[in-house]
Unconditional design. Structure first.
Length: 457
């Protein structure tokens, strides 16, 4: 039981019906626009969640029952057998909450009742016509930040902006592909960028101008934020002259050093961040993922299928150099920093406080517990770090970061953990002003994110 005291229960009750501001997810805008009803619980749940794929592989389940051609029910039954053993796992907690929220099923899922639960879920999916918009409505989503490549034409966001809907769905400018200079496809990618923008990209200056034009386009389509994955910090911040040399090497398919690749990426992300500041976008930095470790699985199934690892490189000196570079020129945008490795949490929380801006509370944010840290223990640890070393009242809460429509239940789960954490803290410190505690809950659960993602130029 997450809520361990009467105060915790009261605090949770004060926010449980607040809307959800999910500012970073990986749902498909096309799926949301098409709004096709889901056919089965397997297609709604298991086929979309790489957290589930990961634990099933670890349990030794054959791939045909995960992403392969096994029947819908057989996949569900295999998952049921695995999740029934996950005592204390966040995935087990999410599973129970998802079955209760969307299907009114309180029974713990296991192999023995898999058929009955599978049939009941499918009956409800059909009877209630569960589709993306229906799930979003049930989940009380009011703001959704999807994630798009700079070359995306944002067709579906433009269509959705014209449709009367209480849910605001905004694109996020995710430029990982656009800075991946180490890939052989990079020259092709930037040529596509040139064709899309009409700007020649035979120089680094032209490349940046084309990227700026895409940022302008995203902003015109409702974009409020950007996102970057930082996988290496061995490089340095370079000037445009040095970046031009690296850029030209990539176009002639010369071999680039790790230093050149890393330097190009972090320097270009820095240059793009100045544009984000100019256009009033929030910059999100996800630091420390070591991607696609299982090369056999990568070759067979592709990327982002659940074989990534938190990296352990040093990040703080390079991160502060990056932030200081932008701060010196008054071009540091609102920034959220997520870390994959818990060892970095304390230093990041302190570093965020070094870059304040009048009129912009929490201008540089330590983000929510991300990825493998997204457990009850991980969230409590992150809240404790922010409470002790930053300012909890300005924390913007947790996004779902997910590919699965059922993952919105994590927001309610987070609010339970937050309520218990604040209640325990208040009781330990003999803090008795319940109105202040309720206000803190509401701000972290919804209000702070709503304010933080409002564009101010």
């Amino acid at each position: 039981m997450i809520l361990k005291s009467d105060l915790a229960k009261m605090l949770y009750e004060s926010v449980k019906d607040l809307p959800v501001h999910d500012f970073h997810c990986h749902l498909s805008a096309e799926d949301i626009w098409q709004d096709e009803p889901f056919e089965t619980i397997t297609k709604l749940w298991i086929d979309r969640d790489n957290y589930i794929w990961r634990i099933m592989r670890y349990a030794g389940i054959e791939e045909k029952y995960i992403t392969g051609n096994a029947s819908e029910f057989d996949k569900f039954k295999m998952f049921a057998g695995v999740v029934s053993k996950l005592v204390g796992s966040p995935l087990s907690e999410w599973c129970r909450a998802q079955l209760l929220k969307f299907f009114d099923i309180s029974l713990p899922l296991c192999s023995e009742n898999a058929k009955a639960i599978y049939d009941e879920c499918n009956r409800i999916i059909k009877e209630k016509n569960y589709s993306p918009s229906k799930i979003l409505s049930i989940s009380n989503i009011k703001f959704l930040g999807t994630t798009e490549d700079p070359l995306d034409n944002l067709e579906y966001h433009k269509k959705m902006s014209k449709r009367k809907n209480d849910i605001k769905i905004h694109p996020t400018f995710r430029s990982d592909n656009a800075v991946s200079i180490e890939k052989r496809e990079f020259p092709v990618y930037v040529n596509d960028l040139s064709h899309m923008t009409g700007i020649p990209v035979n120089s680094y200056t032209g490349y940046l101008a084309a990227m700026q034009k895409r940022i302008e386009y995203f902003v015109s389509c409702g974009c409020l934020s950007s996102d970057h994955l930082i996988e290496d910090t061995s490089g340095e911040l370079l000037d445009d002259r040095a970046l031009e040399k690296i850029y030209q090497k990539a176009f002639t398919y010369e071999t680039l050093t790790v230093y050149e690749i890393s330097s190009f990426k972090i320097s270009t992300i820095r240059n793009l961040a100045a544009f984000y500041n100019e256009y009033g976008l929030v910059s999100q930095l996800h630091i420390g993922a070591l991607k696609n470790n299982n090369t056999r699985t990568l070759k067979k199934l592709g990327q982002d299928i659940g074989s990534d690892t938190p990296n352990d490189f040093r990040i703080i000196s390079k991160l502060t150099a990056y932030l200081s570079s932008l701060n010196r020129t008054k071009s540091l945008p609102k920034t959220i920093i997520y870390n994959a490795n818990e060892k970095d949490s304390h230093a990041i929380a302190v570093a965020c406080g070094n870059y304040s801006k009048p009129g912009s509370p929490g201008h540089v944010q330590h983000g929510a517990a991300w990825w493998h840290l997204n457990s009850a223990d991980g969230i409590k640890n992150q809240l404790s770090v922010i409470k002790n070393l930053s300012m909890l009242p300005y924390f913007i809460g947790m996004p779902s970061e997910s590919l699965s429509f059922l993952s919105f239940i994590r927001h309610d789960w987070f609010r339970c953990i937050l309520a218990d954490f604040i209640a325990k803290t208040a009781e330990e410190e003999a803090f008795t002003n319940e109105n202040v505690l309720k206000s803190l809950m509401a701000d972290i659960s919804y209000n702070n994110a709503e304010r933080f993602f409002s564009r101010i130029i």
